[in-house]
Design a protein around this ligand. Structure first.
Ligand code: T68
Length: 863
């Protein structure tokens, strides 16, 4: 009788055998070699760079697993409040270098692999990006995980383990974007680990770096079927029938920087609840036999590559429900292990909704609390509305998610009932406050009338959450005054806040720009472990802007980063880049609102101007190299046409002997986190030129400025706050302001002025494109007519001031001393934009979450 003895066997034997991983170079070398010999079954004579990478990654993973276990044990024991970040996208990029930095083991591993005959940079290059995201929203989630762990906050991420991440972008000889699948799991990935013996489930992807398949953590998720309300007045219903699929957990370890805390990112993979259907199989109907198991596995097969559009596709809705249902079951199980009353749920759990994609978590938690926990509607609603927090990332109307009611009724019949009930009670309350205001009821209803009707997910997220926030001051204000205006009036302004985005300085300064990081540490006389976790310390660089020796070092690093980028272009495109020129960069998803068109038309304008100059005039010019990179959604025709135009303009102007020394242009294919890490440190100037009021925040603007690049941009998103921090004299602003946009659009519609009159310079550029200067002009007609007719994104209104801003950039660049001072001052004033600051704002003002430090040394037998 009594409790089973633990540990089993000889406690002393356990204790002696259990040690932290040793982190001196000889131990590291031993650990790498041991993974070569056993995990990889290879030897010294047949080990290539990729093998060395895998062995090093496995060895690092051993470290992470111990820290991760220690952290989870520590959290469980302390029973703290926890927060969960639900995001359909995590754009993690590579892992090994980040893990080494955060563990403080970069030098040891560098020495270790060197002794074995490998170069760390080449080894790091072997890793494939984990690209489970589209753009800013997914990368923000990745930065927030890094900061949560670094700030020792008990935060877990929940997402999907797509078998295919964002597509690989190829560019055809004509300049068309082609898409190829991104089978990121096909190479063995050491960042995934298992407690189960490898052979037990012989899969190739078992080695994904710090991912652990947790075949022991699975949940069932139901789709379709029927929801029958119970005949009593409990409000409960029975949801039955339909399709049941399994969610299997894969855990990705998220190490904090210079702390033992290692958090978790749990990604769900779908799989059939049962294997294939044996009856059909025996009857010889093989297709039927595998049909339902295929459809289960399909749920997590691919990331949807659309940003900023809603698609209404059943599989996407299935992804959203599968992921929220599995995550909530997991969260509830963890909560229940603490034996607290269910009404305490919000005291122990906060859930951040990264955009509306996880909004089904709101009716799903209602369903669980009412149908399974048997709580009353009001008790359940009280719990729900104190648990969730909703972050909005866009005010573009076409990006606001809406799901057709018939689709929801079919796929999630019980949830549709609950949404109708939420709507009924909500509209009753609105009616009480504004009796007889039918317009208002129509505007605020969760259901948009029409054929079919649609569910407005942003409204559901809003009324089901404790707080709603935008991602930069201007954006949050637009959320309050446009898309959620009625809700602010009804619920009060205090529910609607702002958390300006941030970026992790670990990846976006130390890792991508090691020389600059070293110079900063040397100059501030601080270990990087200090200033990387307190980015406001950069302020102390300000006086050094006056020091000519420091400026020289600063400029030399920028120059070497430009040469590194040039080398990359040479290797991958076979092209020579003029590294003496100013590097001008625009890298982001292709979208009309981001106005890559404005940039390429500006390039053409400059080209035409240089063509007209005499050789003497040209010699006085500031040579410029323009870089573009970014993917277009595969079905976004105008965005793809923009890529085609950029590529063909590049082809013409890079070959023009009159101009090529003064202006050249590159489109780098297959933009990714890793490509950004090369481009950003090399930029002198970067472009963030969205129509005012359309870019919620932007985060690459922060990355460029942190690396001493200056910014040319509109008065939009986080550009505004960057200018507030670094000083308006250090940024190049242009264009109309957000409040003018509505009126300008009205003018376009009702009092159109031909573009020839309104903006002759732009009209000339468009005519040159039509006229065939860059190949068959008719190809570009659909793109050109978006500007000639309607011009929704106001290129013709902003073009002249854009060109003027670029001229000011040229002039400023010619004064090298002053430019370098601006560059230093910019970096020095970027402290606010650390994602540590941002995540602490969420933790303090929203989640009421406290840090839990995991002790540096501990022992799970005694601890
Ligand atoms: C971006 N949004 C904002 N969305 O555009 C950007 N959308 O201003 C902001 O800085 C960033 O979020 C972080 O807050 C996106 O990236 C998407 O990628 C997306 C994906 C699917 C559906 C809708």
């Amino acid at each position: 009788s009594g409790k089973p003895k633990w540990p089993r066997g000889d406690e002393k034997a356990w204790k002696e055998a259990m040690r932290d991983v040793d982190t001196d170079t000889p131990s590291i070398t031993r650990s790498i070699v041991s993974h070569v010999q056993t995990s990889l079954a290879r030897q010294a004579y047949n080990l290539d760079d990729f093998g060395a990478y895998q062995a090093a990654a496995l060895s690092v993973r051993d470290n992470l697993i111990l820290n991760w276990n220690e952290t989870q044990l520590g959290y469980t024991k302390r029973e703290p409040k926890r927060a969960y970040y639900l995001s359909l996208e995590f754009l993690m990029g590579r892992t090994l270098d980040n893990a080494l930095l955060n563990l403080g083991l970069k030098d040891q591993y560098k020495d270790g692999v060197k002794q074995l005959g490998f170069n760390m940079e080449d080894v790091l290059e072997q890793e494939r990006d984990a690209a489970l995201g589209n753009g800013g929203l997914g990368r923000l989630a990745a930065c927030y995980l890094d900061s949560s762990a670094s700030q020792e906050l008990p935060v877990w991420g929940y997402g999907l383990r797509y078998r295919y991440g964002i597509f690989q972008q190829l560019i055809s000889p004509e300049g068309n974007q082609l898409e190829a699948p991104d089978p990121w799991l096909e190479m063995q990935n050491p960042w995934e680990a298992s407690h189960l013996p490898v052979l037990q489930h012989a899969r190739l992807d078992i080695f994904l770096p710090p991912q652990l398949p947790r075949l022991d953590v699975t949940y069932e998720v139901r789709f379709y079927g029927n929801a029958d309300r119970l005949p009593d007045d409990s409000g409960r219903a029975l949801w039955h029938g339909g399709q049941e699929v399994l969610a299997v957990a894969y855990d990705v370890m998220i190490p904090g920087c210079y702390t033992r805390n290692t958090n978790n990112l749990r990604l769900w993979e779908s799989k059939p609840k049962r294997g294939f259907d044996l009856n059909s199989f025996n009857a010889g109907d093989y297709e039927r036999a595998v049909e339902s198991s295929n459809s289960a596995a399909a749920i997590t097969s691919v990331l949807y590559p659309n940003d900023h559009t809603t698609f209404g596709k059943e599989l996407r809705l299935k992804q959203q429900y599968f992921w929220t249902a599995a995550s909530l079951q997991d969260i509830l199980r963890r909560f229940k292990n603490m034996d607290k009353p269910i009404t305490d749920f919000p005291e122990y759990v906060s859930i951040q909704l990264n955009d509306t994609h996880p909004t089904l978590a709101i009716p799903e938690l209602m369903r669980i609390l009412i149908d399974e926990e048997e709580l009353s509607w009001n008790t359940a609603w009280h719990i729900v509305t104190n648990t969730f927090f909703y972050t909005n990332h866009t005010v573009l109307p076409e990006a606001l998610e809406k799901w057709p009611v018939p689709l929801m009724e079919h796929l999630l019949p019980r949830h549709m009932q609950i949404i109708y009930d939420i709507n009924l009670f909500f509209l009753q309350a609105v009616e009480r406050k504004y009796p007889g205001d039918r317009d208002r009821l129509g505007r605020m209803s969760l259901i948009e009338e029409g054929f079919p009707k649609h569910v407005r997910m942003a409204y559901l997220a809003c009324i089901g959450s404790r707080k709603v926030n935008g991602v930069a001051e201007l954006h949050s204000e637009l959320v309050r005054t446009t898309i959620l205006k009625d809700f602010v009036e009804f619920e009060g302004i205090s529910k609607f806040g702002n958390v300006t985005n941030g970026i992790t300085p670990r990846r976006w300064l130390d890792q991508c720009n090691p020389e600059l990081s070293a110079l900063i540490s040397k100059t501030l006389k601080l270990e990087k472990s200090v200033w990387l976790k307190d980015l406001y310390k950069l302020k102390d660089l300000l006086p050094f802007a006056e020091d000519p020796h420091f400026r020289k070092e600063w400029a030399a690093i920028k120059q070497r980063n430009k040469e590194r980028l040039a080398q990359h272009v040479k290797t991958f495109l076979g092209l020579e880049v003029n590294t003496k020129a100013m590097f001008d960069v625009q890298i982001k998803r292709l979208h009309e609102y981001k106005r890559q068109n404005l940039n390429i038309f500006g390039v053409i304008h400059r080209y035409l101007a240089i063509k007209k100059m005499t050789p003497e005039e040209r010699k006085k010019l500031n040579p410029r190299v323009v870089f573009f990179a970014g993917k277009a959604a595969p079905a976004y025709y105008i965005a793809k046409l923009t890529i085609r135009l950029i590529v063909n303009v590049a082809r013409v102007i890079n070959a023009d002997p009159d101009t090529k020394d003064y202006l050249s242009l590159y489109f780098l294919p297959d933009y990714s986190v890793s490509v950004a890490e090369i481009l950003i440190p090399a930029s002198d100037i970067s472009q963030h030129i969205s129509t005012a009021g359309t870019e919620a925040s932007g985060t690459s603007n922060m990355k460029f400025c942190l690396n001493g690049g200056l910014l040319v941009g509109t008065v939009d998103g986080a550009n505004i706050e960057i200018a507030e921090e670094v000083g308006e004299n250090n940024v190049f602003f242009f264009g109309h302001l957000a409040p003018a946009v509505e009126e300008l659009r009205y003018q376009h519609l009702y009092h159109p002025v031909p573009i020839e009159e309104k903006c002759p310079a732009l009209a000339n550029v468009l005519n040159q494109v039509s006229g065939g200067l860059f190949g068959d002009g008719s190809v570009y007609e659909p793109l050109l007519s978006t500007i000639r007719q309607g011009d929704y994104y106001l290129l013709s209104d902003d073009f002249d001031s854009y060109i003027a801003a670029l001229a000011m950039v040229d002039e400023a660049y010619l004064d090298n001393t002053e430019w370098v001072k601006k560059s230093i001052r910019t970096t020095a004033n970027m402290g606010k934009f650390s994602s540590d600051r941002a995540i602490n704002e969420y933790a303090e003002s929203y989640w009421n979450l406290e840090a839990i430090k995991v002790p540096t040394t501990s022992n799970f037998l005694t601890g």
